[in-house]
Design a binder for this molecule. Structure first.
Ligand SMILES: [Zn+2]
Length: 461
């Protein structure tokens, strides 16, 4: 009898001493968000308050602050598909592959599937389309990121509990059922907008929250209207929806438009996206405060985009000039196109548009050289009356718009290396249960490998 009691005491003490695994895991990924994108946002917020320094974001004072490399299997500079797969599955793969190994033969399963297997609910949230590379890497297995329709079919088959984003990039394909009806047939309620979500949140078994069925991205924060979905709003909805499960949840949240704005070398748009990403993390922090010993929040990025530089040679930054930018370079392109289409494309109207949207000639006087850059482009474009394009990854921008944004960025003393990705390190922040383990990570694959351990089962091959 005594022996039995001793044994039970040992078992009890051993179990009590076992470090607890997180019941709730938040995995935030800022697409394209290098360390300087974060720092620039903090320094801009400080500049707005009138001092040189940093005004902390919701996550930058987390107890763990580290950085990782992001290269993919065959490329020193990764794409979001390979980087997303590495962050989701713990394996490096070929450029373009979504949840597949580098030979495009074997599916690589993400930590989200293991969370599901462990009985947790799973949510996937993004500011771009649900079938875009980063979210797709958590639920889909396709040889190429361009296969949006097949990726969306994998979403329907995933049995994950909650998806949110702008919509889908390819809802239809010849001789195939529509993605929305496929989702409904798989038991998902498709909520168009937050009001429909509120009506269905207590009824639907699984839910997809989107702004519009076919929509590649939400508007940038800098262009957004109150009618548009936002990342903090979708994060709040995801937490509320997933928290019904007594076994906890795994929630991946992507700030997808940080990358798109960096591809455009559009600093003001980037800073607004990073700030909103921080606001979404603040929602997770509110949850963490109520469940501190059971919640883990990890924040990182898939790669850096644009090779952003803070400082262009002088010992200063002038980030406050960015406050005068009222829309993204894409929206500026649309506004200039509207002048052309309306038959009112002349220098006075163009000048007024740049005054109203960038503060040029009003709050921000232009040098002769800066004005010459704009006037000469205007004169060149007058000859053909056609838009001169700058081809970026996601948009073709009007050269005049891109040049005007370049002038503003130079005034802020922000430099850009390219319209593409870079191999620069990206930050990692962690707080909560087991957060200290993230002190050890050095490379993108290390993050999910730790999460697999926490979910008590290794990467599935
Ligand atoms: Zn990108």
């Amino acid at each position: 009898m005594m022996k039995k009691i001793c044994f039970l005491i040992i078992v009890f003490v051993f179990t009590a001493c076992q470090p607890k695994q997180p019941k709730y895991i938040f995995y935030f990924i800022g697409d394209g968000m290098g360390a300087n994108q974060v720092l620039a946002t903090e320094m801009y917020l400080a500049a707005q308050k009138g001092y040189i320094g940093v005004d902390s974001l919701s996550f930058t004072n987390f107890p763990v602050r580290n950085f990782i490399s992001t290269y993919s299997k065959y490329n020193a500079v990764t794409c979001s598909a390979a980087a997303g797969t590495a962050l989701a599955s713990g394996y490096k793969t070929k450029k373009g592959a979504i949840g597949m190994d580098s030979l495009l033969q074997t599916p690589l399963y993400s930590v989200a599937y293991n969370a599901k297997k462990a009985g947790k609910s799973v949510g996937i949230v993004t500011t771009v389309s649900i079938d875009h590379a980063t979210p797709a890497a958590f639920y889909a297995h396709q040889p190429n990121r361009s296969m949006g329709f097949e990726i969306a079919k994998d979403a329907a088959a995933s049995n994950f509990d909650f998806f949110a984003g702008s919509g889908f990039s390819q809802c239809k394909k010849e001789n195939e059922p529509n993605i929305i009806s496929l989702l409904s047939d798989s038991g998902y309620f498709v909520a168009r907008g937050i009001e429909q979500y509120f009506q269905q949140k207590n009824i639907a078994d699984k839910i997809v929250l989107l702004q519009c069925d076919s929509m590649s991205n939400l508007p940038y924060v800098i262009d957004r209207t109150p009618a548009d979905l936002s990342l903090p709003q979708m994060t709040e909805a995801a937490i509320e929806y997933l928290d019904k499960n007594s076994d906890g949840f795994f929630l991946m949240i992507e700030g997808g438009l940080i990358d798109w704005a960096c591809h455009n070398n559009d600093a003001a748009a980037v800073l607004a996206e990073v700030e909103e990403f921080s606001d979404a993390i603040a929602k997770a922090l509110d949850f963490y405060k109520k469940h501190a010993d059971e919640t883990l929040i990890v924040v990182t990025a898939d790669h850096e985009t644009g090779g952003i530089a803070l400082g262009t040679g002088d010992y200063c930054l002038d980030l406050n000039v960015l406050q005068y930018q009222k829309c993204s370079v894409n929206e500026l392109t649309n506004k200039i196109s509207a002048l052309r289409e309306g038959g009112v494309f002349d220098w006075d109207n163009l000048k007024r548009l740049l005054q109203d949207n960038l503060g040029f000639w009003k709050e921000l006087p232009l040098s002769e050289e800066e004005e010459y850059r704009l006037v000469s482009l205007y004169e060149q474009t007058l000859k053909t009356m056609e838009m001169m394009k700058v081809h970026n990854l996601y948009f073709d921008n009007e050269l005049i718009a891109q040049t005007a944004i370049d002038i503003l960025n130079r005034k802020a003393k922000i430099g850009w290396t390219s319209y593409g990705h870079s191999a620069g390190v990206v930050p990692v922040y962690a707080i909560g249960c087991k957060a200290d383990m993230f002190e050890q990570v050095k490379d993108n694959v290390d993050i999910p490998r730790l999460m697999f351990k926490m979910l008590n089962n290794g990467p599935k091959q």
